[in-house]
Design a protein around this ligand. Structure first.
Ligand code: DON
Length: 304
């Protein structure tokens, strides 16, 4: 399929699109990004590449990285993992505290902030040098050795991380955080600070389109069953209280971040990444979702 031609068609259609979202401003460093940036990159499982716009510019992938921490934790813990975190959609904002109290410190799923914090705690318990070992894992998965954390973003998140600190404290009070709170927060903020381009994003997550096999090295990084389940979690929880709407409009498993990035998987075919910094009220890229809606409609590549 000529994806490049379809990208250009959508680009024309979106010329008058009113992107009236707002850039994330609760993390000061994210608010200084140029809001007009727009990039798309699609990588097929056969190694073909198609891109549009600012696809080679790095940005903060934020919560998209939660899929990578989940992947490593699931690999290390297998089904034991689900004693500490659920697999149900939350239907609530990504940083909500409400359900944690009634669910006694067990987050609804690993992709909301509370769930990702528990996953960070689990990784810290497993890894010798958590930050170093984790970024090495991300480099192995992507086959890209230059992927790294961004210290500027880490510092910025720490300066305003009040809700995340509240979440971790609440979970610690229920016994669902085992390590020191400051260590968990530091690991979590580093995780969210990882930077990638759209091209790197779409290459990194391609293993979820190939049932757990790394396309670049042919190494199996995750079992077929675990890969299927991570896609299932993304489908139901990847967009927080907008997961239903993303399924309805786009029809692919995916994950968003407040940096304006979205990646989505069409199993056995491709991984697509889009970046547009302005967010809707749910914290997901407004133009990014619109682009993907038009793309899966035109290419008829929704999973449904
Ligand atoms: O912890 C936070 O609030 C951010 N570092 C990540 C939130 C995020 O990306 C939610 N995604 N749409």
């Amino acid at each position: 399929m000529n994806y490049k031609k379809i990208f250009s068609e959508i680009d024309v259609e979106l010329e008058n699109f009113k992107d009236n979202g707002t850039i994330a401003n609760y993390i000061p460093e994210l608010s200084i990004v140029n809001p007009t940036k727009f990039g798309v990159h699609l990588t097929t499982i056969n190694g073909k590449h198609f891109s549009l716009g600012n696809a080679d510019e790095k940005f903060s992938i934020q919560s998209i990285a939660k899929v990578l921490s989940l992947t490593l934790a699931y690999k290390l813990e297998s089904e034991k993992l689900w004693k500490r975190v659920g697999v149900e959609p939350s239907g609530k904002p990504f940083d909500s505290l409400i359900q944690l109290e009634t669910n006694k410190g067990i987050p609804r799923n690993p992709l909301i902030n509370a769930g990702a914090l528990v996953i960070c705690d689990i990784l810290i318990s497993h890894l010798k040098n958590p930050k170093k070992d984790f970024i090495a894992f991300v480099r192995t998965i992507s086959g890209i050795t230059t992927i790294d954390y961004c210290p500027r973003i880490v510092a910025s998140e720490k300066s305003t991380g009040y809700r995340n600190t509240a979440l971790v404290n609440l979970m610690k009070s229920f016994g669902n955080i085992k390590n020191d709170i400051d260590v968990v927060m530091d690991f979590y903020f580093n995780l969210c600070s990882i930077e990638m381009t759209c091209k790197e994003l779409s290459q990194t997550f391609l293993f979820l389109a190939t049932s757990g096999v790394l396309p670049h090295s042919k190494e199996r990084i995750l079992s077929k069953s675990k890969s299927k389940r991570i896609n299932a979690i993304m489908q139901l929880c990847g967009f927080y209280d907008e997961a239903g709407e993303f399924s309805f409009k786009v029809g692919l498993p995916g994950k968003s971040g407040v940096g304006g990035g979205i990646m989505a998987i069409y199993p056995n075919k491709y991984c697509i990444a889009v970046w547009s910094p302005k967010l809707n009220k749910k914290g997901n890229s407004l133009k990014g979702i619109k682009f993907l809606e038009l793309f899966t409609t035109k290419t008829q590549t929704s999973i449904f």
